[in-house]
Design a protein around this ligand. Sequence first.
Ligand code: GLA
Ligand code: ZN
Length: 670
Amino acid sequence: MMNKKFPILYGGDYNPDQWSEEIWKEDMRLFKLAHINLVTLPVFSWTMLQPSEDLYEFGWLDRILDLLAKNGIYACLATSTAAQPAWMSKKYPDMLPVDVDGRRRVHGKRVNFCPNSPVYRKFAARLAGKLAERYKNHPALLIWHIANEYGTYCYCDTCAKAFRNWVEEHYKTIEEVNRRWNLSFWNHTLTDWEEIVVPSELNDDNKWYQEIALDYDRFITDSTISCYMEEYRVIKAITPDIPITTNISGLIKHLDQFKFAKYIDIVGWDNYPSPTDDPSTVALKHDLMRGLKAGAPYLLVEQTPSQQNWQPYNKLKKPGEVRKLSYQAMAHGADAVMYFQLRGSIGGVEKFHGAVISHAGHENTRVFQECARIGAELSKIGSRFVDSRFRSKAAIIFDWDNWWSVELSSGPSKDIKYFEQINKYYKAFYDLNISVDIVRPDSDLSQYKIVTAPLLYMVKPGVDQNLNAFVSGGGTLISSFFSGIVDENDLVTTGGYPGKLRELFGIWVEEWDALLPEEKNSMVISEKGKYLADRYDCGLLCDLIHPETAKSLACYGADFYQGTSCLTVNQYGKGLAYYIGTDPDKAFLSDFVKGVCTEKCVTPPMITPGGVEVTRRYAQDGRAFTFLINHNMEKTDVCLDKDYRDMLTDSVISGYFTLPQMGAAVLENL
Ligand code: GLA
Ligand code: ZN
């Protein structure tokens, strides 16, 4: 990933343009006290770099970069293009986006530009090029950071025109568009490219044409990538060896990050869990970020060291919490731990956002001391586990097209939420400390023993073959209700659900029943085996299944379909395909996943008490690193399965090892 062998990167966003040069010097002292080795800047300074159309000013940036280099600190050099100057918006108002209600936005936000605006793109690429030319040999330059948290949906005329071109490129003829979008429905048939309209709330709801809305989501991802690529190409041509990142704002629905990540050298993401998030949800997001580039380590580019300002209630992170979250990130594949922000602003909407250096301005704060402790530990660990990978035997399939389409769908239930389903299945593995890779539906699945594809509503071309090959080769596949319904354009596959997956699962789903929010049914287990109890609750949706070649393992306990199958298994080639036709309770998923993992000998790195997460990363030379994260609010004893070297104390440990509350440890396997 990086072009040199670096230690764990530690630092964060820094806004020197908000501070005097006297403060910069003090900041260098504080950064070194905290063992900070990487500073991201300048993320939002476009006007200071380009005060007017033909004037560029780099003097202040030269000085801060020189100061960083002098202090042995690297720069993650940002292109500053996430917020265009006010003079630019004023002179070129067409670059401001138009929202789904048809309103042109005004200057005053950030990421407030149309991704297809030729003027924005021209100026952004020009600035990126100037920065690259000027700093290509600067000793501080380590990584490039393009823009910040892309994700604007725009519906302006430029976008509408670009969308028409996109559609033409994809479908070639207007007849094909009519077919792919099934436009004879409600007399939506098109006779000319110019008749294509973009989704709009002017018609009360922007989802009347679901097939168009789905393609608009794809188009916005493509537009965002091509906007980003304008900067990427210019920078790459000048500094081919410096990796380029852009920060992904957590797990966002509106951009297909699998697609975007192909164009990013190192994935970077911003982790802002809400106080009520389960640790497994955070772990899942990390695993997804690792999955974006097929297992490559990534950068945790932002987290808050203490509190945020933008949640409804901004709880402080408790002592030990940011350390725990930092180690959890590395436990899932991060090779950088960074904060938003290093020094807190005195004004603006983020003035109450946490910072390593708070408004007090010195190091004698709880938060600074905790950050300094983490920094000291990471500098001790150095580069030992950097670039190490995972050897997961289980994977979960995740797909943005599927996410978009299943949630665009009018019916069968407004409560069907894709991420919620993924999260539930992930948690069942997480609670067993089974390492899970998050993969695309078309990923190579041959390294896995168990693949789970919850709610695989859309089956894109080739995906059925991929799953068939996985199962026939001996793999175990688990899927769930409302799967195999539509093709890549959201058109139903006729002939019986689950469409192209019917033979694989050996079932025919004739109908489904959407349950009311408070309504439950139950799964009555016919063959309990070693792992399952007699009965579990289920809800949300009940597929009415006819097993064909599959064997029924459980039946519904109520309603007119009582006694019909809700859980099946099909032998397909050398493997097994399980179909869970409803939304089961947690207890079922945990028992069921435990059973499947045991049968397939998919095991955790070590058995730990509840609340203690354990993961393992492997270096290329075969060394292994075991991470222990205690999510409990009390100290917890772990019985180590063998001898390890504690990388923080450098001592060999065995037997009982005590983790303090929210404690974390990295152990080298001996
Ligand atoms: C995002 C942005 C940062 C900052 C933080 C605040 O992640 O990238 O610039 O606004 O949120 O939490
Ligand atoms: Zn636009």
